[in-house]
Each structure stands twice: as C-alpha cells, then as structure tokens.
Ligand binder design. Structure first.
Ligand code: ATP
Ligand code: MG
Length: 644
C-alpha cells in the first residue's frame, strides 16, 4: 500500500528489553541452523521433565510424521501448577471478571492446584483415564481452566467446544471425538443475556448415547433440567473429592487435546496437539512475544473455545507462572468502555485481542477509551484476521497512546502458537504487517507451481520445517491431515493463507488463498483491498470477494459496513472506488459495492468470505455449512439487500 509508516521500538521498551534487534537476529539464525540445539536449551529452561528425550525433533512432511522430544516424560498440569507452589503458591494465577461488573474472583496457584487435583479425582471416579476424551462446554469461568488442567493431570484428552455453539454443533463434536463425559455449566452470561448451556447439552446428548456423565458447574444458579444418574453438580463432586492426585507421567507425544478449527473455510477439523512440544512452544512464545515479566497482569480476551484461549489464556501463561485474566463478558456491555475499565481495575500490562473487537470499538468512537486511563498498559496484541492499517493505527495511537507496541501475531489452530510476529524490543513496526518469523519458524512464499520465491515476493505462505507446537494429526483422520496440509506442496506445511514479503523481509498476510480474486489474470488478496476501503472515515468494516465476470474472469464485489454516523450515497461509493485506485491501482477497482449493516462472521469473529462469495455469485442454494456462523440473520439481510 502507498501509506506505509514504520514505527521504531518505543523508548521505554528499548531501554528495558533483553531481546534487541541484534539479539533477535542471532537467536533466529541459531534457531533455524541448529533447531535441535536451540529447542533443547529452551526445553530445559521452560519445562520440567520427568525423563529426558531420545531425540529433540524428528519429522517428515510426506507421511506426515512429526515428533518432538519423543521418549521424554512430563505432565502439563505439574508444569502449570505444582512446580510453582514453592515460590508462587500465594500468587494469583487466575483473575476472573464476570459479565456483570462487580462479579469477580481470584484463584492463587495454591487454590488452583487444589481444585485441579480434586476435579482430576472426580474425573477418575467416573472412569475417565489416560487417552479418554472429555468434552468441555463452559463459559469463560475459572472452572474451564480447572477442567482443562484436570484432564491434563490424568492424561485425558480434552475437546473444548465454544460455549456459543449450538446443540447441533456440540453434538457433532462430541460424536467425532467420541467423548464419554461432558463438563458444562447451568448457563453462561454474555452481555447481560443468559446462554442455555445445560439445555444445549441435554439436546445434544439425546443423540450421543455414549455419554454417561455430565458434570455441571453451578454458575447462574437458575433452574435447569436434570437427568438422575447422569448429571452431577461440579461443586458437590469437587468438595467431596480428595485433594491428593499425583500427576500422570505422560510421554511427550501423548495427545493433550483435540480442538476443532473455527470453521471459516469449511467443515471443522479435529486438530490434535500433543504434550511436550505444544507446552514448550506455548510457553516460549508467551514469554518472548509478550515480553512477559514476573508479577505483571496479562490479559488475552480470547475464549477458551479457540486455540488462542488454550495457548494464551491457560497453558502458556500458567506454565510461565503468570497472572492471567479471564473475562466472561463482551466488549460493549454494559458500555463500550468495559475493556478499558477492566484494564484499569486490574492494572493490566499486556492486552491481546482480535481485529473484530478493535474495529467494533473504533466504530463507536474514541470517547469510550478515554473513560479509562490505561497507564498500566505496556504491550498490545492482535490475532485472528489481518488487522487493517486504519484499525492498527487507532489501537496504537488511541488505546496505547504510542507507548505500546502493537503485535500483529499470525498463527493458526494447527500451529499451536504464534508463528509470525513482532517482538516488542526487537521489531520496528509496520501497520498491517505481522512482520518477521518467530524463533525456529521458517516461512516460505511459493508460486502456484510450488516454487520457492526469494526476496520480495507474493504468493502462498508455507512453512518449510517443523516446530514444536505443530499439530500432529486430525483426530482419527490422518489422511485428511495429509491432504489438507501436506499434499499440495510436497515437503512443506501449507497454511492456506497468502502472503507478501517486502524488501525488509517483513510478511504481510494477504488473506486466505481460497479467497484470492483473479481479475484479468491478476491475483489480488482480499486484505489489501479491504484495508484500502476501511481507510475511509465512513467505513467501519469491509469484505471483498470475487464473482464471475464476463470480461475479466472475476470482478470485485465489496460488502461495506459504515460507521454509526455515516450515510450511504452514490458519492460515497465513488469516493471509496477512488480510494482503492489511489492505494492499490485501477486493477483493484470494486465493480459492485453493497452497503450492509453487518458482515457474516464465525463465532470467533472472523469474516466468512466463503458465504459472501456464494451470495455475490447468486449461488444462494449453495451457501454450505453455516453452523459456525455467529448470526445467521446477517446472511438473510445481505441477500435481501443485494443490488438488482
Ligand atoms: P478453518 O481452518 O476451519 O477454516 P480458521 O482458519 O478461521 O478456520 P483458526 O485456526 O482459528 O481457524 O484461524 C487461523 C487463520 O486466521 C489463519 O490461517 C489466518 O487466515 C487468520 N489469521 C490469524 N491471525 C492472523 C493475522 N495476524 N493476520 C492475518 N490473518 C490471521
Ligand atoms: Mg484455518
């Protein structure tokens, strides 16, 4: 894009960092030239092992077969709890802020350890053991972390289903993972509304005959239906259980969890992560990317139903002995000042959220931000979608007041942890760029034939070597794992995303490869065109897709949501087209602009261009799997609003 600023490392950060630009380069070089030596050292520093590995890393991307630290023994809950007790038993592990302002709890490492051991014994008493699958369907409450760590303690494999999913989606995931036990709550609370979790479980289980036990957290304490013999209150079970539960000795390659991807592109896949490599990668990235310092309060807003919640609400921070904040509610309840007030209340130093949140709050105006002073903030992060430069700038200037680096972190459910990202003290920032690879990560850009491009280039983003946090398989479907990620470009991990590498070696994610638009033979990523549209003050959000066009092959169809106080007009359309021509060029000129009150999003807040593409092409009877949509009504609105 024409408008490209470079922001140097903020002075305060530069003065106190261990990882300067020079150190980053040295460490990165070492990490890719001697990955085994590099990861072995970090494995000693970050993780406590019961027995050593035979081999640090061994993989081939053909079968594919991926192993890290095989032969080594450890337990994830021991690493996240027991080993901290001597020094940090009384330190807060989890700060919890409920949906209702004033609802709050805190758990020390000692208390969390006690709950986890008790709940692990409850699971055992219901016959759950090593390798069994447990479905967790909970709101953002501390019991979610307790349930995850209790599974890890006894070697059970958790499969968390986001609390916003319907009973249908829950049923599919319980059946696919073959879960025998479900942990849920009576209800969740979001934005002042009640979410009927237990009710959804009851509906799902009518079609899941193998589930024998449901453990129910009493959260809102309103009445729920009860199936005697199957349902049991979580708190009663925990109170009566013994607090003594030795951690199961696990092999590094034993599965830790299954997690279904968010479903932006199609049918969700049950991605499997294992014990040793995953924990190490989550802990190392948490420490270096966020520059986490002892005693700081760290807040990642992601739900535990997503990989970000797994790696950066629970496993990474707790492995590092951090204080992690969990928030049950939504950014706009009771007012759009909520997030910033929470930051003040708990003196949050590090804040990690998603572009959809930033864009929504930006559209509501900066006054809400100013209601809090935010002095505690040191680091800001973003994940989930490309962050358009306009939103990046707002986050940097208004929220962080130019003090806090904005870390645009690119990664996926399948990568387990952050892959491409700035490091606070090492990386000058360019709004809209995820910048450079993390240690041990070898991104490559390929052309359509799979040739590796060097220097500045644009194409398909792939990863050339394994890293410890890499997913090992798709649950009970290794063929799908191979076909999805390793078949198209042999010997490389195919990310499904496109990227551009600039002359400084910075990476810019251009969008999903499936979403690429081909105009008269020119391949255009969606991110850049959307960024150009959102540069206009009247535009809150935009999504572009290709549609069949007689002359150009594909034309560009833009769905645009305006900010609260803007009015749609033909003049505004002309201005937007002009803006795209200036920023990118005539080739990217939208052929059609449709105003829409909202865009279809997954429940994790990502724009679902797949559905917009069908609407643009008038394939209305082929919208595909819409079960992961946050609000299906949005699709109806857009279909109705289509220009004739
Ligand atoms: P599915 O794989 O089921 O279609 P999904 O890809 O949305 O779902 P996730 O693993 O949660 O599931 O998301 C990873 C994807 O999110 C990336 O492949 C990329 O497209 C997008 N993404 C994440 N972070 C960034 C980022 N910082 N910049 C650009 N895109 C990002
Ligand atoms: Mg994906």
């Amino acid at each position: 894009m024409k408008t490209e600023h470079v922001y140097p490392v903020p002075a305060d950060i530069a003065a106190s960092t261990r990882i300067t630009e020079e150190v980053y380069r040295e460490m990165y070089d070492r990490s890719v030239k001697d990955p085994e030596g590099f990861w072995a050292e970090l494995a000693q520093e970050f993780v406590s092992w019961n027995a050593p590995w035979q081999r640090v890393g061994r993989w081939n991307f053909d079968t594919p077969a991926i192993e890290w630290f095989s032969g080594a023994r450890l337990n994830v809950s021991y690493n996240c709890l027991d080993r901290h007790l001597a020094d940090r038993g009384a330190q807060t592990a989890i700060l919890w802020e409920g949906d209702q302002p004033g609802d709050q709890r805190r758990l020390t490492y000692g208390e969390l350890h006690d709950r986890v051991c008790r709940f692990a014994n409850v699971l055992k008493s219901h016959g759950v053991g090593k390798g069994d699958r447990v479905c967790i369907y909970l709101p953002m409450i501390p019991e979610a972390a307790v349930a995850m760590l209790a599974c890890a303690r006894i070697g059970a494999i958790h499969s968390i289903v986001f609390g916003g999913f319907s009973s249908e989606a829950l049923k599919d995931r319980i059946l696919d993972a073959d879960c025998r036990l479900v942990v849920c709550a009576d209800e969740g609370r979001r934005g002042g509304k009640f979410v009927p979790l237990k009710h959804n479980v009851d509906a799902a289980l009518s079609q899941c005959p193998l589930v024998e036990t449901v453990l129910v957290v009493r959260h809102t304490a309103r009445p729920v239906d009860w199936t005697e013999g199957r349902d049991r209150w979580f708190h009663e079970a925990v109170e009566s259980a013994s607090p003594d539960c030795p951690p199961e000795d696990m092999e590094a390659e034993d599965p830790l969890f299954i997690l279904y991807t968010s479903g932006s592109t199609g049918k969700p896949k049950g991605v499997v992560h294992t014990t040793g490599g995953y924990l190490l990668f989550a802990a190392v990235t948490h420490k270096y990317v966020f520059d986490y310092r002892d005693g700081e309060v760290y807040w990642c807003t992601a739900d535990i139903g997503w990989i970000t919640g797994h790696s950066y609400v629970v496993y990474g921070p707790l492995c590092n002995g951090a204080t992690t904040l969990m928030f049950e509610g939504v950014p706009t309840y009771p007012t759009p000042a909520r997030l910033w007030q929470i930051i003040d209340k708990y003196q949050v130093s590090i804040f990690y959220t998603a572009p959809t949140v930033i864009r929504a709050l930006m559209g509501l105006g900066t006054d809400w931000v100013k209601q809090a002073d935010r002095h505690s903030l040191r680091i800001l992060g973003s994940v989930g979608e490309p962050i358009n430069p306009e939103a990046w700038e707002w986050y940097y200037q208004e929220v962080g007041e130019k003090r806090c680096p904005v870390l645009d972190t690119w990664w996926q459910t399948e990568t387990g942890g952050i892959m491409i990202t700035p490091l606070p003290g090492a990386t000058p920032l360019k709004p809209g760029s995820a910048t450079r690879p993390f240690f041990g990560v070898v991104p490559v850009i390929l052309d359509a034939q799979g040739n590796e491009l060097t220097g500045p280039a644009e194409g398909v983003l792939a990863i050339a070597a394994s890293w410890p946090g890499q997913a090992r398989t798709v649950f009970r479907n290794h063929d799908r794992f191979r076909e999805t990620y390793f078949a198209l470009y042999p010997g490389k991990y195919f990310t499904g995303d496109g990227a551009r590498r600039d002359a400084d070696g910075y990476y810019w994610i251009t969008g999903r490869v499936d979403d690429v638009i081909n105009v008269s033979g020119h391949r255009l990523g969606t991110a850049e065109i959307e960024s150009a549209l959102t540069l206009h003050d009247s535009v809150a959000e935009a999504a572009v897709v290709g549609y069949p066009h007689n002359i150009k092959g594909q034309g560009i169809y833009a769905f645009v949501t305006l900010v609260a106080d803007a009015t749609p007009s033909e003049d505004l359309k002309r201005e937007l087209i002009e803006r795209v021509r200036e920023e990118i060029g005539a080739i990217a000129t939208p052929d059609i602009i449709q105003w829409t009150p909202a865009l279809p999003k997954t429940r994790s807040g990502k724009i679902m261009r797949r559905i917009l593409r069908k609407i643009a092409a008038n394939d209305l009877d082929q919208l595909g799997d819409t079960s992961t949509l946050a609000d299906p009504a949005v699709v109806e609105d857009i279909i109705r609003g289509k220009p004739a």
